[in-house]
Each structure stands twice: as structure tokens, then as C-alpha cells.
Ligand binder design. Structure first.
Ligand SMILES: Cc1cc2nc3c(=O)[nH]c(=O)nc-3n(C[C@H](O)[C@H](O)[C@H](O)COP(=O)(O)OP(=O)(O)OC[C@H]3O[C@@H](n4cnc5c(N)ncnc54)[C@H](O)[C@@H]3O)c2cc1C
Length: 381
């Protein structure tokens, strides 16, 4: 076992932190309040090579292995406090680029990947519906084959990036009699007639990552826009979720490191009863707990990423990492607020936003309860 980053990874990590701190952190209180996505930051990330990281070089990507990608995303989470923006970035990478890279035809990859990597286009996937969330494969959206086309009808909700995306991976059932085995994925371009982006949904956190409803009303797409084959929806969705559960939480680790450092600094500088508050064991214990959570989260996440780098499918490990880090991050946000006292509760101190952002981690990419179902399922329950 080797727990150290290579020299190249360590240098890259430093460079990502410098980039994130200098280029991605401006005007955040305002953008959070106004629920504004930053196209400027999106383009800067693309120029830096973030969107292309996991995509093979032949399609213009960086071809980075999973551990290097995780290293970069953790650094991004540390240097950039805009968790909503990073959430959009992760959704784009793991639920659009990865399924396209893994399941797309050469023609589909050549057509879409360069635009997704260059920052010109944004992608999303739309699985959730008003009547199907955790029970994702019970979706009601239908795809009917009509000659050389599929016609899609249905409604999707909670769709990240829908406001600004160009490429939608829509999950629909081609044959409801087959249940989950009928679920398939389709590549739908934004300007396709019948694809309607609905009202913007207002959220508690991740407010710089716009979310909307999406309706499909007799939306006709060419048959060649089917991703892989009919009935591949489960495999495609599972692949996306395995990647997302491994990598999206890397940004949380960066955020936890940032909160730990801020809390230590504050506990040293803030005096009460004639001494720094860090000297009170009640505060010191919180700092110790924050550090233990961060290190535990790292071990879990790096193991899942390492397994992926070995070409394995860490379904169990990515679920454990996702469950642990999302919950640990919320507790560390609460501890950071408590250490900062009344100031921690104030918007100006920018910790309350971290908590609002972190809470979503218990819900997206499979709720905490569903991660436990997956983990217990490995024991036959
Ligand atoms: C910030 C954010 C971004 C999102 N982005 C996207 C996106 O881009 N694309 C997309 O398709 N979806 C997206 N979603 C939707 C997300 O995937 C769903 O919200 C999630 O899967 C849960 O579904 P639900 O909200 O319908 O809750 P439900 O499935 O109705 O669950 C309600 C409660 O019941 C519990 N529960 C359900 N089933 C079980 C069970 N078997 N055992 C124990 N407990 C259970 C849940 O854990 C939860 O606590 C996003 C959600 C959020 C919050």
C-alpha cells in the first residue's frame, strides 16, 4: 500500500488549488443569493482541463486515472467555495461524459465529447420523475419506436443543469412489460422539438447550480441517439452512479479540509474568558472530530478510487464512501458553525452556506437510506 500522492499528482493538486482560489471564488454571496450559475467559471475550468479530466485523450480529454481525478476534485473543493458550481461540474462529468465515453458509439463520442470538454456545452442526465425517485427504474417516461425515430413522452424533475444544458441524457422505458429491463437512455439535444425545460426549482443549498423540471412532449429523436442498446438503462445509470459516488464526494473532502483550517484559525484567534476558545476541550474535541472525519473520509474515498483505477467496480466501496462522507460533512459544517458561535450563523462568514450545500449530499446520487440498502444488500438483505 502507498498512501502518498506521486510528485506529479502533488504538483497538479497545488496548481488546481491555486487556479480555484484565484479564478473561481468571486462574488459568491451575491451569486448564491441570486441563484446564479457562472458561465465564466465554467469556461475557465474547461480551459484549465477540468471537464476533460476523465475523458480519453483521443476525444480531446486529459485521460487522467481515477485517483488523479479525485486528487484534482478534492483540490477544487478546497480552493473553490462555490459548492453549487462544483456540483454542476460533477453532474456534467459523471452523468453525461462518463456514460457517453463508456457506452457511446464512436460517432456519438466524436459528436458530443469535444463540445462537453471544451466548455461550449453542458450536459445532464434526467432519471428522477415526480412519481419515481429512489425507485428509479419504476419511471413512467416512455420511448416508442416509430420507424427510424423514438418518440419520448414523460416528465422529469430535480434536473441539475437543465437551465443551461445542451445535451440531455433522458432515461425512458421502451417496453414497460419488461420493467427495469426496458429502461433505456437517449441523447437528446436541447433544441429538439418537444423537449421543454420547465420552471426553475428553488433550493435550500447548491443555489448556484440551477435545477429545473423537464417535460418530453412527443419529443422525436433519431434512433441513432439511443445510448448503447434498448434495455441498457440500468447498466448506464449504475455506471454513472458508481463514478459520481466516488468522485463528487472528493469535492466534499476539500470543503471539509477548508472548514477544518478555518475553524482551527478561529479557535486560535477568538478569546473568551481570557484565553483562545481552542483551549476549551469542548472546542478542541470538535476540531479533533472534524479531523477524524476528514481522514476517515479520505481513506474510504481513495480506496474506492484506487479500485476504479484498477478497473474494478467498487459498488460497495463507493456506497460506503458516499454514505459516510455526505453525513460526516454535514456534522463538520455544524461543528464549524458552533466553533464560530454567532458569527458562524451569519451569511458574511460563509459557513452557513456550506451547511445548506452539504445537506443535499444525503439525497442526490442515492439517499443515505438507499446507500444502506445497497450495503446491506451485499449481505443478502
Ligand atoms: C440537489 C439535488 C440534485 C439532483 N439532481 C438530479 C439530476 O440531475 N437528475 C436526476 O435524475 N435526479 C436528480 N436529483 C433527484 C435525486 O436523485 C432524488 O431526489 C433521490 O433519488 C431521491 O428521490 P426522491 O426525492 O423522490 O425521494 P423518495 O425516493 O421518495 O424518498 C423519500 C424518503 O424515503 C426514503 N426511502 C425511499 N425508498 C427507501 C427504501 N427502499 N428504504 C429506505 N428508505 C427509503 C428515502 O431515503 C427518503 O428519505 C437531485 C436531487 C437533489 C436533492
Amino acid at each position: 500500500m502507498d498512501f502518498a500522492w506521486t510528485e506529479e499528482q502533488a504538483a497538479f493538486r497545488k496548481e488546481v488549488i491555486r487556479f480555484a482560489k484565484t479564478e473561481l471564488d468571486d462574488d459568491l454571496i451575491h451569486r448564491d443569493r441570486e441563484e446564479e450559475f457562472s458561465w465564466d467559471h465554467w469556461k475557465k475550468c474547461a480551459e484549465f482541463g477540468i471537464q476533460g479530466l476523465p475523458v480519453p485523450q483521443e476525444y480531446g480529454g486529459g485521460g487522467a486515472d481515477t485517483l488523479t481525478t479525485v486528487c484534482a476534485l478534492e483540490a477544487l473543493g478546497y480552493g473553490c467555495r462555490d459548492n453549487g458550481f462544483l456540483f454542476s461540474l460533477n453532474a456534467h462529468m459523471w452523468t453525461t461524459e462518463i456514460p457517453l465515453t463508456t457506452f457511446g458509439t464512436n460517432e456519438q463520442k466524436r459528436r458530443y465529447l469535444p463540445k462537453l470538454i471544451s466548455g461550449e456545452w453542458i450536459g445532464l442526465h434526467a432519471m428522477t420523475e415526480p412519481m419515481s425517485g429512489s425507485d428509479a427504474y419504476s419511471l413512467r417516461t416512455r420511448a416508442e419506436r416509430h420507424g427510424n425515430c423514438y418518440v419520448l413522452n414523460g416528465t422529469k424533475t430535480f434536473i441539475t443543469n437543465a437551465q443551461q444544458a445542451h445535451l440531455f441524457i433522458i432515461f425512458a422505458n421502451v417496453d414497460p412489460s419488461k420493467g427495469a429491463n426496458g429502461v433505456s437512455a437517449f441523447l437528446v439535444e436541447r433544441d429538439t422539438p418537444g423537449l421543454e425545460v420547465g420552471k426553475k426549482l428553488h433550493k435550500m443549498g447548491l443555489r448556484t447550480s440551477p435545477m429545473c423540471e423537464v417535460a418530453l412532449v412527443d419529443c422525436e429523436i433519431p434512433a441513432e441517439n439511443l445510448l448503447d442498446k434498448e434495455g441498457s438503462g440500468q447498466a448506464i445509470f449504475t455506471t454513472s452512479m458508481e463514478w459520481e459516488r466516488t468522485c463528487i464526494l472528493a469535492s466534499h473532502l476539500g470543503m471539509m479540509q477548508r472548514m477544518l483550517e478555518n475553524s482551527v484559525k478561529y479557535a486560535r484567534e477568538r478569546n473568551q474568558f481570557g484565553q483562545p476558545i481552542g483551549k476549551f476541550s469542548a472546542i478542541g474535541n470538535k476540531i479533533a472530530d472534524m479531523e477524524v472525519r476528514l481522514e476517515t473520509g479520505r481513506l474510504l474515498l481513495y480506496k474506492a478510487a484506487w479500485l476504479k483505477s484498477q478497473g474494478r467496480h467498487p459498488l460497495r466501496e463507493s456506497s460506503i464512501a458516499k454514505l459516510y462522507i455526505s453525513e460526516a460533512c454535514i456534522q463538520s459544517c455544524l461543528d464549524a458553525i458552533q466553533i464560530h458561535g454567532g458569527y458562524g450563523y451569519m451569511t458574511e462568514y460563509q459557513i452557513e452556506r456550506e451547511l445548506r450545500d452539504a445537506i443535499a449530499g444525503k439525497i442526490y446520487s442515492g439517499t443515505s437510506e438507499i446507500q444502506k440498502v445497497i450495503i446491506a444488500g451485499m449481505h443478502g438483505f
